[in-house]
Write a protein that binds this ligand. Structure first.
Ligand code: ADP
Ligand code: MG
Length: 695
């Protein structure tokens, strides 16, 4: 059979399974099938004892005998329970299906090896439908691969083992020489990688640990290498077109603002970043820069000054924020700061009235309106600029790639783009997701900031907490109290929030407490936010709508209710709402008493460090790559199957170096010697939409 033969014709598949494979795994050809890699391997040469089973144990195998069978329950709950002994202790094996078969196939007091994942039930462990084998010589003893399967597949007997069998049949029925080499020879030689075909076979049927390691090393490297090649080649393409809008001038607006209106001295880090931006925009190329800076490091002022560079050169500029609250805040602070310069600023959000929209539209197309602040609404088709030269995207992590891309259609020549994020991205991720962007870092907080004190508090300590909040408010400080609001549990979350609000109003009747949440009408949100920003309200009870960007320097306490329900990066963002002025600030994480060990780890990290990068690394480690798939992988030119960004940073660095080297000599991979690379790139990225537009 050929590599591209339809999967249906593989012995053991047929139309039904073929349809299932296509629907569940997007497998349509033999080639697709043999490229379904295991997600992990289990060492089947190692035996466990029953006493070693604990909650963290994944798959185990145990040698022992069945002492007896007993049927339990009636009707649908009917099941068969076998007592299994390893000579030391016993554990129950539970079967819900095929009861007669089991009774038939296995006998009492015969040695078996059971294999499965223990589940805990009523405080004890058992095995539900474990695999049972006789300890024969041809039993699998090496590394057993585990494949991703779905519930639907399992219902049709297409479990991990069945999939492996199909892959074996597929590998046997194709001509192995048809599996072409996909990496350049010099790279294979340099790293002593196995060939593409050997790596493939070893990944499915590992001979031993070291061969498996080498096969996986190659496969991971290959994925990361092509990701880097795709990203860097794209960057070259932009650069080669050299179609930026040169801003040769530093003129009236920038200089006047810098000399007369700057409310504080810039930090050295802010100055350095401004120089980097300046160097990008003065020449013929287009700027594509990522500005990383921890919460409170002062990115907004850098954005403002960058926008003034555009204005000085007779271009327009806009800044886009992910929430209406943040956009409004930018609008207000920028209008105020730019007033002395006589520069008009307008705000465009989803709730901007038609009349105002018309004024904005007229101003943008005629060029009289120089600065626009907005939300996603700015990306809409009908928003047209006359000479858009600079786009700033605040809190970039909240935007999808597609939205970034939309901005290109606003101009024939793309504007300079500065994306800002406070979510510190671990280096490995930055290199991958934003590999095409130049990176600037503000690694310094404005002077006079005191480190925020973070504490984990149990619910029972609420009276002490309330006393503390009362003292802070009596001293004129302001307090945030944040509740989780998650779609799946929206109704009960709303209740928690509202109950919390009422409770706070009662406890702190002498103070002014206001509330804001995402379900409010924008106008109402605005009123409530203004209460807090102006200092009239002492306490703001809120959901995570205030998570990003909100800046009220007089607020010194952040109380996070049900803190166990927030992820690390969210907790860090929320904490960043305080500690913005000169006063000592506090972040108080309130939880119930019983917590999972993972949650404890998260909260411990929060109390131990305020370093955003450290938190981001820990987050990636704790959450693993699984969570990355949806949110972050959407930014990749193709999905990763074997590489794991939280683990393979070394391979990624090497892959990037190799890709850079190759592109340095041949920026567009047009030389015949690089034909293989170009072809592989096309093949791997062929079903990815819009990639060429990523900014
Ligand atoms: P972020 O990087 O989180 O967006 P902001 O730009 O909102 O931070 O700045 C946080 C606070 O620090 C604001 O109140 C801002 O006015 C202030 N700030 C920024 N830069 C400086 C500086 N160089 N010196 C003093 N205060 C500063
Ligand atoms: Mg900000």
């Amino acid at each position: 059979m050929k590599l591209n033969s339809p999967i249906m014709y593989l012995p053991g598949v047929g139309p039904k399974r073929a349809a299932l494979l296509e629907k569940e795994l997007e497998v349509t050809t033999l080639s697709d099938l043999i490229h379904c890699f295991p997600y992990r391997y289990i060492d089947r040469s190692k035996f466990y004892k029953i006493r070693d089973i604990e909650s963290a144990t994944a798959y185990v195998q145990i040698k022992g005998v069945i002492l007896g069978f007993r049927p339990v329950g009636e009707g649908r709950a009917k099941r068969l329970v076998a007592t299994f002994s390893d000579g030391e202790r016993t554990i129950e094996l539970v079967f819900f299906k095929g009861l007669n078969y089991i009774l038939d196939a296995y006998s009492i007091n015969t040695e078996y090896i059971i294999f499965g994942k223990p589940s805990s039930f009523n405080g004890t462990y058992n095995f539900v439908h474990p695999e049972i084998e006789k300890p024969s010589a041809d039993r699998m003893t090496g590394f057993m691969p585990l494949y991703h399967t779905t519930e639907k597949m399992k219902n049709h007997f297409l479990n991990s083992k069945a999939l492996q069998k199909l892959i074996l049949v597929a590998l046997k029925s194709i001509d192995r020489s048809a599996i072409k080499e996909t990496l350049p020879q010099h790279i294979i030689d340099k790293y002593h990688f196995p060939s593409a075909s050997d790596a493939l076979v070893q990944a499915h049927f590992p001979k031993d640990m070291s061969t498996l390691d080498r096969a996986l090393a190659r496969l991971r490297f290959e994925e990361l290498f092509y990701i880097q090649l795709a990203i860097l080649k794209q960057a070259n393409q932009f650069k080669s077109k050299a179609m930026g809008h040169p801003f040769p001038l530093i003129g009236h607006y920038f200089n006047t603002f810098y000399k007369e209106c700057l409310p504080f001295d810039l930090t050295e880090a802010q100055k350095r970043v401004l120089r980097e931006i300046r160097d990008d925009v003065r020449g013929p190329g287009q700027m594509n820069r990522l500005l990383q800076g921890d919460v409170g490091s002062g990115k907004t002022i850098v954005a403002l000054l960058s926008m003034l560079m555009a204005i000085d050169n007779d271009y327009q500029a806009c800044i886009v924020a992910p929430t209406e609250i943040l956009a409004t805040q930018h609008y207000e602070s920028m209008s105020k700061m730019l007033e002395p310069l006589g520069l008009e600023v307008r705000l465009l959000t989803g709730s901007t009235k038609r009349k105002e929209r018309e004024i904005i539209s007229e101003g943008l197309t005629s060029g009289s309106l120089k600065i626009l602040v907005g939300t996603h609404a700015v990306f809409e088709e009908n928003v047209k600029f006359d000479r858009l030269g600079m786009v700033i995207i605040d809190e970039q992590h909240r935007f999808g790639v597609a939205q970034r891309a939309k901005l290109w259609s606003k101009n024939i020549r793309p504007p300079h783009v500065l994306v800002m994020t406070a979510t510190p991205i671990p280096r490995t991720l930055a290199m991958t997701l934003y590999g095409d962007l130049d990176v600037s870092v503000i690694d310094q907080l404005p002077p006079g900031r005191k480190a925020i004190r973070t504490e984990h508090i149990f619910d029972e300590k609420r009276p002490a907490l309330n006393n503390f909040l009362r003292r802070q408010m009596a001293q004129g400080r302001q307090v945030y109290v944040v509740y989780p609001l998650i779609k799946e549990s929206e109704k009960s979350d709303m209740k928690d929030l509202e109950n919390g609000f009422v409770a706070m109003k009662n406890v702190f009747s002498e103070f002014n407490v206001c509330m804001v949440h995402g379900k409010m009408k924008p106008a109402e949100k605005e009123v409530q936010m203004q209460e807090f920003i102006s200092g009239r309200a002492n306490m703001l009870v809120a959901t995570t709508v205030i998570e990003v960007g909100v800046n009220v320097p007089n607020a010194t306490v952040m109380v996070i209710e049900n803190a166990e329900r927030f992820g690390l990066s969210q907790l860090h963002q929320l904490r960043g709402r305080v500690g913005r002025g000169g006063d000592q600030s506090y972040c108080l994480l309130v939880t119930k008493y019983e917590l999972s060990s993972e949650t404890r780890k998260r909260l411990d990290i929060m109390t131990q460090t305020t370093d955003g990068f450290e938190i981001a690394e820990a987050d990636l480690r704790l959450r693993g790559p699984g969570d990355l798939e949806g949110t972050l992988q959407s930014g990749l030119p193709f999905n990763l199957k074997v590489a794991d960004l939280s683990r393979d940073s070394q391979a990624l660095t090497l892959a990037r170096e190799e890709a850079t080297e190759i592109l340095k000599a041949d920026p567009m991979l047009s030389s015949p010697s690089n034909a293989l690379l170009l072809e592989q790139l096309k093949e791997k990225t062929h079903n990815v939409v819009n990639w060429s537009f990523i900014s």
